[in-house]
Design a protein around this ligand. Structure first.
Ligand code: GLV
Ligand code: MG
Length: 346
């Protein structure tokens, strides 16, 4: 293991110093754009005003014969667009693919000073992060990149889930992690064909009682993995995310799955279809009534210690900390979206 003193040293002479703290940014939805499809690329300037993060997808869902066009399309829309406070990410191809090396080298050379985060798919262990970390440092030094490019891992192999804690602390470049339910299902030999969400066959049923029909309740097959991701990320000071929800027609199913992730600690989710932008915005912006109650707690305990009763409920140092999480997030949302901010009373 690397000595703590070495951990924050740049990995290449001339590379920018690694960050000690993650930049504080609102990342409720990571919106996926396929950069080889001109009709969708034309919408990027408008999207950049609507979403928290624009991501150019180079990996799965991009056909093998369009990989180079997607990379070139990404570089060209990045050069042509002003992103302002909106995050700019790319999902590169997996490290064992023939495209990853050129994805990384060409993108850092062309737009290394604009890109915030590289999303790395199919991360199996810390060794994948170490490789990308070193390569990014060399390229940042070579191309005069001023701020370190961060790494976001997709957790979508059984081996990755087993190594999630080591992945979270593999580098100061780690931004966070997303659940990749489609690849993870395949990697585990789960008997499904879905991208995220529940399954009618994965359930518990009530005990038998005379002739009464037995009530059945679907369970969440992703709860275990998402909870592992949340703990690994929160303990490392990085951000956990739900990944994709593939049934675009099931807005209610998507909302419930995203909300479970939000309540469990996630910062956002992917939007693969424009209809999912509004769902993610609604779910990952805190509820008005919760924020109002949280503000009451903070006001009642100015130094965050002691115990008070509010509306019949006991509050103490721990609920003060929960309230602070909600109010801090509400302030971040308000800074991006003043209209929503007014509903919080800021
Ligand atoms: C995402 O990449 C997934 O495999 O679900
Ligand atoms: Mg995947």
């Amino acid at each position: 293991m690397k000595l703590p003193r070495q951990f924050f040293k740049p990995l290449a002479v001339g590379a920018p110093a690694p960050l000690r703290e993650l930049p504080v940014r609102l990342e409720r939805m990571i919106h996926f754009v396929p950069p080889h499809i001109e009709k969708l690329v034309a919408k990027v300037p408008q999207l950049a005003r609507e979403v928290d993060v624009v991501l150019g997808n180079l990996e799965d869902a991009i056909p093998a014969d369009a990989k180079e066009a997607a990379r070139a399309g990404f570089i060209s829309f990045v050069c042509a667009t002003k992103f302002g406070s909106t995050g700019l990410w790319t999902r590169i191809n997996a490290l064992n693919s023939p495209w990853a090396l050129e994805d990384i080298t060409q993108i850092v050379a062309a737009v290394g000073n604009k890109i915030d985060v590289v999303m790395l798919p199919k991360v199996d262990g810390p060794w994948d992060i170490h490789y990308l970390d070193q390569l990014l440092a060399q390229l940042e030094a070579k191309h005069g990149v001023k701020k370190p490019i961060l790494i976001h891992a997709i957790l979508e192999t059984a081996e990755g889930v087993k190594n999630v804690d080591a992945i979270a602390v593999a580098s100061p470049r780690m931004h966070g992690m997303s659940l990749g339910p489609a690849d993870l299902a395949a990697s585990r030999a789960m008997k499904t064909t879905r991208v995220g969400g529940g399954h009618p066959g994965y359930k518990v049923i009530a005990d038998p009682a005379d002739d009464a029909p037995r009530a059945a309740f679907q369970q969440d097959p992703w709860h275990y993995t998402l909870a592992k991701i949340v703990d690994a990320c929160a303990s490392a000071g990085i951000k956990p995310f739900y990944g994709p929800f593939g049934d675009f027609a099931d807005a209610a199913g998507c909302e419930v799955q995203f909300r479970n992730a939000f309540l469990l600690g996630c910062a956002g989710a992917w939007s693969l279809h424009p209809s999912q932008i509004a769902i993610a915005k609604k779910v990952f912006s805190p509820d008005q009534a919760e924020v109002a109650f949280a503000r009451k707690i903070l006001a009642a305990m100015p130094d965050g210690t002691g115990a008070v009763m509010i509306d019949g409920k006991m509050q103490d140092d721990a609920t003060w900390k929960q309230a602070k999480v909600l109010v801090d997030l509400a302030r971040l949302v308000a800074a991006k979206d003043p209209e929503l901010g007014r509903t919080y009373g800021f």
